[in-house]
Write a protein that binds this ligand. Structure first.
Ligand code: SF4
Ligand code: SF4
Length: 316
């Protein structure tokens, strides 16, 4: 009994976080509630349409499921989304990457995958550092492709139309192909529906109908498999939201702090670093405030597991 009590107290943030994650998982994707209880909650969509923070993936407003999707979608349409960018900045300023650790459904799925029982692995520091840059490369690539599309809408409409035609569905869903949430909640269910509805005539044909359909199926299958062994693989190395949030994280009021008095250091302990799913070298970070170069998602694992209660969250 005392062992159970101590396990609960060692994991109290994690247990509470799981509850919040599962609640948001269902609320954000409330199509799940509709499916389970055979009800129609379409009228609820007006509330989430106003703020694309917690959008249902089927929301036609942003052609996607979040802040970054909405921002890129607007830029591609030749609009600068001041309001959403301001909201995004305020969101990070006050909550840092709390969304990633506690709310994002893709984070929840990855946490579930890494809890399946496979031994969690980490990359060598140099490999990890190089892989971290990949998500920034994706954002720069997106900007290079999408900004000219938006700018030419008002400056050179002939070029704009040609360019848009060449980009095809990419112009409509700029972040879609780089977004695991878009794949899991939109592309994949659509593909499965197509396969099962026409199973007798076409079997698996829709999966091989187009090079990109098969490519993304295989690609995200690999990403999901890697997330079983490498916790938060997609968040760390690929997520477009993660890339932008990581760069803004240092300006947030909400950060972690480590007590120089209580912490006994790596040689005698180092538990916090071993449990961190984001592979942050916590003990190389400054004591006063740290974000792990923007990677910390405030999951609280290090807080729960530190035997000396040396880590805490600070606001200000
Ligand atoms: S788990 Fe706590 S005491 Fe141990 S190294 Fe980390 S912060 Fe220091
Ligand atoms: S530093 Fe702590 S709170 Fe941040 S991601 Fe790592 S374990 Fe979670």
């Amino acid at each position: 009994m005392s062992r159970i009590k101590s396990s609960i107290s060692n994991n109290k943030t994690s247990i509470f976080r799981r509850f919040i994650q599962l609640t948001f998982f269902v609320v954000i994707n409330y199509v799940i509630i509709e499916w389970i209880f055979s009800i129609n909650l379409k009228s609820f969509e007006v509330f989430v349409k106003a703020l694309p923070v917690l959008n249902s993936p089927r929301n036609p407003l942003s052609k996607g499921a979040g802040f970054v999707e909405y921002i890129f979608y607007s830029i591609a349409k030749g609009e600068f989304p001041f309001f959403i960018i301001a909201l995004f900045l305020l969101f990070i300023l006050f909550t840092n990457r709390f969304f990633c650790g506690w709310i994002c459904p893709i984070g929840t799925i990855q946490d579930g995958l890494s809890a399946l029982g496979a031994k969690n692995k980490t990359f060598k520091k140099e490999t990890h550092d190089s892989l971290l840059k990949f998500k920034y490369f994706l954002i720069v690539l997106l900007l290079i492709i999408i900004v000219p599309l938006g700018v030419t809408k008002t400056t050179d409409i002939a070029f704009h139309n040609d360019y848009k035609e060449n980009l095809g569905s990419w112009a409509e869903q700029p972040v879609g192909f780089f977004s695991l949430s878009e794949y899991i909640f939109v592309f994949f269910p659509n593909l499965m529906t197509e396969i099962f509805e026409n199973w007798e005539e076409t079997a698996l044909e829709p999966l091989f109908s187009d090079f990109w359909v098969f490519f993304f199926f295989l690609f995200y299958l690999i990403v999901i498999t890697l997330a079983i062994f490498y916790p938060r693989f997609y968040c760390k190395y690929m997520c477009p939201f993660g890339a932008i949030a990581a760069r803004l994280s240092r300006y947030s009021f909400l950060k972690l702090t480590r007590s120089p008095v209580r912490c006994v250091g790596r040689a005698e302990c180092g538990i916090c670093e071993r449990v961190c799913p984001k592979q942050i070298r916590i003990l190389d970070e400054p004591y006063e405030f740290f974000t792990g170069n923007g990677e910390c998602n405030l999951c609280g694992k290090c807080i729960d597991k530190c035997p000396y209660n040396a880590i805490s969250i600070r606001f200000g």
